[in-house]
Design a protein around this ligand. Structure first.
Ligand SMILES: [Zn+2]
Length: 773
């Protein structure tokens, strides 16, 4: 929604050192700054900030990036939220893009609801702290529970007065729209055209979304009567979708990332007490059973979840089912059973932080073993109940996506259940097959629905209907050389099938000879990704890091020399040979880079003219300081020339720096996640330079050697393409006959020959010598 000009202004203004310094204490080391990484625990600093490149990077955990990336990661914000944060920091006025009237209406409703909620939270806080009733009833209750003032403030706890019109009157007097008060659920319509407060006479727990905006309230009555529910919650609304929110996530997110772990409890007070006891990575499902939306919210931050259970086991069995969803999502689940009669709230209140941590460490148990143990209780002499338990445990293990984890569990549980591992494994496999079939049927149903929906659309190929991009392939982060020398990445399949099997009816496809080799489809898929990855990575690294650097001069139609950038050169080579990058993320990033060329030249022209006037001013100032006494005209001229040369070198360096930083800065802050991630990976690889290249000043010589490096990178890619084509032909040959076989062999010879010729020029070819500008 922020317009592009504003985005550019924010990106240009935000300074990485300044932005990071708000959270990390930095000290200077050489041209860079270092500090303790805010994203992982460490004792010696490995978090480095480069003012020249305007990026930060942790050599321990690999996190970092542009100012925007840093804020996104550190504050767990979206791209737009991070931009707004930076705009606020630098007092940049945000110009919003024009919205359609529909968007406007939706946004206005949403925003006014959030504004009302914020007003209500302030009102309830004010009532709690500044009225006699609030202090006597609300505040004394919180103190009784052991909450201190800092905690009360952190969670913005409040009090809604007994008078059932108090808030309604205050809000309407402030001019808040009645209908919105009803919509957001704070007030309820009465039958005389007015309204009253839903939460009157209750202590208030505001529920915040992940960005810290108040989207709902929970209210607890302090009356001992049984007629009213102990807790009330806001009804669902435009801003509050219950099954997506977790209480405490806003306050917990940073700690969850840092500890790489999330504690799951049930109620508001459990969360608050644990926070106060020093354990901040804790969220509550607020009484409802866990939903997929909530699980995904946790998964954004960690894969390790520990569920806390009260000492009395009544509720445990009921909640076991919900945990299977966590397992299916690929999370690793542990369980912590509190001592009899304790809940997380009471336990946290009566123990110190270190006692709490010690207890967790000693008593955390693996979920599946825990479940098996609980279910087995009292089934010793009942075979049918025992069989049911086995079925239940098998179900849990079957949903775990990771095959290795499944087999480990099968082994452990076979001992616990007293049955053979083989039997258990067989049951698990059957279950997986069944789950798969169900998933398949579900997908088919969805597909049919989708097909029907699409049939109603004007044209399925019309632009604007986009398919979701394939998953980004993360380049390896191990030590790498500046040129593509890495192994291809191991691509994790989202669902590991290695334990699945179909005992019956499984027909292995036998390659059949084909009549027409052109219709041939390879039986074993050639791993395209691994053939191309290395060389495509080499190309992309050069594009991101040196894309706008000056490479060589070409002649235009008039015979004038035109400066060419690395990016333009690579693009022209691609166009000549019809090359397209096979990796989606790389290709996408490359296309986006091309879109920046025009802007780049415009901005470069402005930058150069500014540099030139600086140079002239500098030179004039310096000229006036030359003392002509005792110097002849020639000596003065020489002195002037020396000065001028010095300033010119400085100007050239500044311009080269501008070129070098231009594209990586744009790409690292690009709104598209895939582009941004790709660019970041390229510039923040661990050990950017291997030892042989770490000699002082090599960085610069890379830029001077671009006329060798770039053609080499292109030739590497061409070589990969030839290799791929050779493999394709080799696969076809055994199935071709007669003339076709002969043709294929000839084609193969041709490919071999081309590859041989290419091999000779790899490392030799140089783009035409640099033309000095
Ligand atoms: Zn780190």
């Amino acid at each position: 929604m922020i317009d592009r000009e504003t985005v550019d202004r924010i990106l240009d203004t935000a300074d990485i050192v300044d932005v990071v310094s708000d959270f990390v204490s930095l000290r200077r080391r050489g041209a860079n700054f270092i500090g303790l990484c805010p994203f992982h625990d460490e004792k010696t600093p490995s978090f480095s900030v480069s003012p020249a490149k305007q990026i930060c990077h942790c050599f321990g955990c690999g996190k970092g990036g542009s100012p925007v990336n840093f804020i996104m990661e550190h504050e767990q914000m979206s791209y737009a939220e991070a931009l707004r944060y930076l705009a606020k920091k630098y007092n940049i006025e945000i110009h919003e893009k024009e919205l359609t009237s529909e968007e406007k209406a939706a946004q206005t409703e949403r925003e006014s609801m959030l504004v009302i909620n914020d007003f209500a939270a302030q009102y309830f806080e004010d009532q709690l702290h500044n009225t006699q009733e609030g202090k006597d009833i609300g505040l004394s209750y919180f103190y009784e529970r052991g909450f201190n003032d800092a905690t009360i403030k952190k969670f913005r706890l409040g009090y809604s007065p007994e008078n059932s019109k108090a808030f309604y009157t205050a809000a309407t007097q402030q001019g808040y729209n009645k209908q919105n008060l009803f919509n957001v659920g704070l007030c309820i319509k009465d039958n005389r055209g007015g309204g009253f407060d839903r939460f009157h006479g209750r202590v208030m727990f505001p529920v915040m979304n992940i960005a810290g905006k108040i989207i709902a309230f929970g209210g607890r009555t302090l009356k001992k009567t049984k007629e009213v529910a102990k807790y009330f919650n806001s009804p669902e609304s435009t801003v509050y979708v219950k099954n997506r929110e977790l209480y405490g996530l806003f306050q917990a997110k940073r700690a969850i990332v840092k500890e790489d772990k999330c504690f799951l409890v049930e109620g508001y007070t459990d969360v608050i007490s644990m926070h106060q006891a020093g354990i901040e990575n804790v969220v509550a499902s607020s009484g409802t059973s866990l939903t997929e939306g909530q699980i995904r919210a946790i998964h954004r931050f960690t894969t390790n979840v520990t569920v806390l259970y009260d000492g009395d086991s009544a509720g445990i069995k009921a909640s076991l089912r919900g945990i299977d969803m966590l397992l299916a999502e690929g999370l690793s689940i542990k369980v912590l059973l509190l001592p009899e009669g304790e809940d997380p709230d009471s336990f946290a209140r009566t123990h110190s932080a270190s006692e709490l941590k010690q207890f967790i460490k000693e008593n955390e148990a693996d979920f599946i073993s825990f479940k098996t143990k609980i279910l087995l209780e009292g089934t010793e002499h009942d075979p049918s109940k025992r069989a049911a338990v086995i079925g239940d445990v098998v179900k849990s293990i079957s949903v775990i996506p990771d095959a290795i984890a499944r087999s480990v569990y099968a082994k452990e549980c076979s001992i616990q259940l007293g049955i053979s591992e083989d039997v258990l494994l067989r049951e698990i496999k059957k279950n997986i097959a069944r789950n798969k079939e169900e998933a398949f049927k579900r997908r088919e149903r969805e597909k049919n629905r989708e097909a029907r929906r699409q049939a109603l659309q004007p044209s399925p190929l019309s632009p604007g209907i986009s398919t979701p991009p394939p998953p980004v392939v993360e380049p390896p982060t191990s030590e790498v050389l500046p040129m593509g020398n890495e192994e291809p990445p191991i691509i994790d399949a989202p669902f590991d099938d290695s334990l699945d099997y179909y005992p019956e009816g499984d027909t292995t496809t036998v390659p059949q000879p084909v009549d027409d080799p052109s219709k041939f489809t390879p039986q074993t898929e050639i791993n395209k990704e691994s053939i191309f990855y290395k060389s495509e990575l080499g190309i992309m690294r050069n594009v991101v890091k040196y894309g706008m650097c000056y490479l060589c001069g070409t002649l235009d139609d008039n015979g004038d020399q035109q400066p060419t950038t690395v990016l333009e050169y690579i693009n022209s080579e691609f166009l000549l040979d019809n090359i397209e990058l096979s990796n989606h993320a790389f290709n996408n990033t490359f296309k986006v880079s091309l879109e920046y060329i025009n802007d780049f030249y415009k901005e470069l022209a402005v930058f150069e003219s500014r540099e030139r006037s600086t140079l002239e001013a500098q030179f004039k100032r310096a000229q006036s300081t030359i003392d002509p006494v005792g110097m002849n005209a020639e000596a003065i001229k020489k002195k002037e020339n020396d000065l001028l040369k010095g300033f010119q070198t400085e100007m050239d360096n500044n311009i080269a720096e501008f070129r070098k930083n231009y594209l990586e800065k744009k790409l690292c802050s690009h709104p598209n996640d895939e582009v941004r991630h790709t660019a970041l990976k390229m510039i923040s690889e661990k050990h950017q330079l291997s030892k042989i290249y770490s000699v002082e000043g090599f960085e610069k010589s890379i830029e001077e050697r671009l006329n060798i490096i770039i053609p080499e990178a292109i030739n590497n890619l061409k070589n990969a393409i030839l290799t791929y084509n050779i493999l394709l032909v080799q696969q076809q040959i055994p199935y071709a006959q007669g003339k076709q076989a002969q043709e294929l062999l000839e084609r193969l010879q041709e490919l071999y020959q081309t590859r041989k010729e290419l091999a000779l020029v790899i490392g030799e070819r140089v783009v035409n010598p640099r033309l000095k500008n």
